[in-house]
Design a protein around this ligand. Sequence first.
Ligand code: FMN
Length: 222
Amino acid sequence: MNNRKPVMKNQSKTGRKSAAKQFPKGHGSAVHKAVQKKQQWKPGNMVYPVPAVMVTVADKQGRDNIITVAWTGTVCTNPPMVYISVRPERYSYHMLQETGEFVMNLTTRELAFATDYCGVKSGREVDKFQELHLTRQKGAEVAPPLIGESPVNIECRITECVPLGSHHMFLAEVVAVHVSEIYMDKKGAFHLEQAEPMVYSHGKYFDLNHVLGTFGYSIRKR
Ligand SMILES: Cc1cc2nc3c(=O)[nH]c(=O)nc-3n(C[C@H](O)[C@H](O)[C@H](O)COP(=O)(O)O)c2cc1C
């Protein structure tokens, strides 16, 4: 016997409104996505796309270097905090340990080649600034230089190093931020998309071509 109460049209068993009426048909809607058949893979890094940033570092003698880092992100809003995960065998690693500072330089379509180069060449052999004709700019709070050609430079001071395995995670507080004036409108709003930011996904670099929505658009009144 079926004792279940009849469910009203457009209402789920929990009494919540079903999405069918709430969301429009087509692109971006919650209703019209097909359930996908999956394969189970062995555990691995699958959070993609990610940013690939150019991290600048320096040692106590004033030597500096650039290393490309994709294992990176924001971890706290207030205080503003980020992380980078770096293998101890990287030339840059001892600089991070020595001064406890780095600058995260965001990358763009124009910087794609340089980003890749800084991720395959070691500062042990080449001066990456010189090879790539990149410009050192002085930071406000930390010793490593900013990359002048990057639209956003984030000065960071390391608070903790967590050895995780292959990589050691450097947690850091953001101590200063520099934003390119070229991408600001008259009202002072910053339009990073005009700098054509770049992301990294499964071994490839991509730019971001289309705006799919804006923050909160899924619940905004139309
Ligand atoms: C797209 C990309 C992402 C990378 N991400 C990381 C990373 O998150 N952590 C890391 O230790 N190395 C990463 N690497 C590798 C280093 O950037 C690379 O070994 C570099 O040559 C090290 O430079 P260094 O020896 O001058 O420090 C990445 C390389 C590329 C191309």
